[in-house]
Design a protein around this ligand. Structure first.
Ligand code: PEP
Length: 248
């Protein structure tokens, strides 16, 4: 359902030790068999350098899960976009709902992080999505509109930006929206992107995320304006992750 080259990205969240390199290696070995989409793994920060070194020259990109907006400084525990780039990452997720919730990140902070990503030469994968309450009360598109307006920097391009639509209630719950609901949300996001960024907005990839697994990937990936997936739990195992990539 995509006129853009799809991207299937895995978000490992706070999972993975050095032994997990075996799972990455399994993905790297099999990846050439999935030429229909770009592949990316976003491991925890501790593994970015090791994974990037291993994936060098192979068709799996490595991304970070978050970055600080500043280049460097007195921000204990934080990691800058420049550090991720230096470790070999080519992209970074910003504004994941777990960051928005547990770290109270605002749209303005997320926008600053996306700009930091660009400053370091990384693609920003900006996450947006409504909560269950917001969906039930019919506010989904309104919420997405506010998040898009606030979280996306001016000057976004098809190369520098990926948007991930991740309904908060679908993340890690096994619940997914209907194909019609996904089509509505992705169509709305596309319209906002084109309205704001013109032709570049046509080229920005919009990923669906939230309980994507091998059994539902084909249906979700077939929806108009779904240009790939951001996968959490099912990206930890090479077999599941690649079975999702097989939707393309
Ligand atoms: C995510 O956290 O980005 C995600 C989509 O998680 P899951 O696939 O586990 O629902």
């Amino acid at each position: 359902a995509s006129v853009r080259r799809p991207l299937v990205a895995g978000n490992w969240k706070m999972n993975g030790l050095s032994a997990s390199v075996a799972e990455l290696d399994a993905m790297l070995t099999a990846a050439p068999g999935y030429p229909g989409c770009d592949l990316m793994i976003c491991p925890p920060a501790t593994l970015v350098a090791q994974f990037a070194a291993r994936a060098a020259g192979k068709p799996v990109a490595i991304g970070g899960q978050d970055c600080h907006a500043e280049v460097s400084g007195a921000f204990t525990g934080d990691i800058s976009a420049e550090m991720l780039a230096d470790a070999g990452a080519t992209a970074v997720i910003v504004g994941h709902s777990e960051r928005r919730t547990y770290h109270e990140e605002s749209d303005a902070e997320i926008r600053a992080k996306a700009q930091a990503a660009w400053r370091a030469g990384l693609t920003a994968i900006v996450c947006i999505g409504e909560t269950k309450d917001e969906r039930v009360s019919g506010k989904t598109l309104e919420v997405l509109g506010v998040q898009l307006a606030g979280s996306l920097p001016d000057g976004s391009t098809a190369k520098t930006l990926v948007v991930a639509y991740e309904p908060v209630w679908a993340i890690g719950t096994g619940l997914t929206p209907t194909a019609a609901d996904v089509a509505e949300a992705h169509g709305f996001i596309r319209d906002r992107l084109v309205e704001r960024f013109g032709a570049e907005g046509e080229g920005v990839r919009i990923l669906y995320g939230g309980s994507v697994k091998p059994s539902n990937a084909s249906e979700l990936m077939a929806v108009a304006n779904v240009d790939g997936a951001l996968v959490g739990g099912a990206s930890l195992k090479a077999t599941d992750f690649l079975a999702i990539a097989a939707a393309y």
